[in-house]
Ligand binder design. Structure first.
Ligand code: ADP
Length: 169
């Protein structure tokens, strides 16, 4: 009986961890680019073992920033947020893998960098919510929506990494 409970508890995690291949939109914000953190941030996702599907340095127009953050448009910080995101180039990335959306959010850490755990990108590399260096989609649906918003057709690569058999049994 105890074993049955253990298996029942383990099953949902296994499903999330092993079969749900999804994509997330990760963006290094202008402060991350200006501060020379591009390599450091990309390398965290690379070393974890996710698959890079799209990557570009891009100057974001105002209307795209507004569309991306449309759910926050009533918030008092919205105009500053749009100025921030359009203040210099960003690095746009699409990453793929089982459970990548939630895992990337963990790698990124809490919105307020002072509350983000050490070891996370924001916890290690930032001090203020308004300059928190990186974005990551908060759900698989938003991952799809944001990748479609930031990348044009043909900008995502179709490839397989030679590492895959060494990452996934
Ligand atoms: P996250 O980026 O962690 O998903 P939210 O979706 O809540 O966080 O907010 C989106 C972005 O808006 C944040 O990453 C941050 O750049 C900015 N932001 C959120 N809250 C504030 C705030 N109180 N003051 C300034 N900027 C904020």
């Amino acid at each position: 009986n105890r074993r049955a409970t253990r298996v029942a508890r383990a099953t949902p995690n296994r499903i999330v961890a092993s079969s749900e291949v999804e994509q997330t939109y990760i963006m290094i914000k202008p402060d991350g680019v200006q501060r020379g953190l591009v390599g450091e941030i990309i390398s965290r996702f690379e070393k974890k073992g996710f698959l890079l599907k799209g990557l570009k340095l891009f100057q974001c127009p105002k209307d795209l920033a507004q569309e991306h953050y449309k759910d926050l448009k009533e918030r008092p910080f919205f105009p500053n947020l749009i100025d921030y995101i359009t203040s210099g180039p960003v690095v746009c990335m699409a990453w793929e893998g089982a459970g990548v959306v939630a895992s990337a959010r963990k790698l990124i850490g809490a919105t307020n960098p002072l509350q983000a755990e050490p070891g996370t990108i924001r916890g290690d590399l930032a001090v203020q919510t308004g300059r928190n260096v990186v974005h990551g989609s908060d759900s698989p649906d938003n991952g799809k929506r944001e990748i479609a918003l930031w990348f044009k057709e043909g900008e995502l690569a179709q490839w397989e990494s030679v590492q895959t058999p060494w990452l996934i049994e």
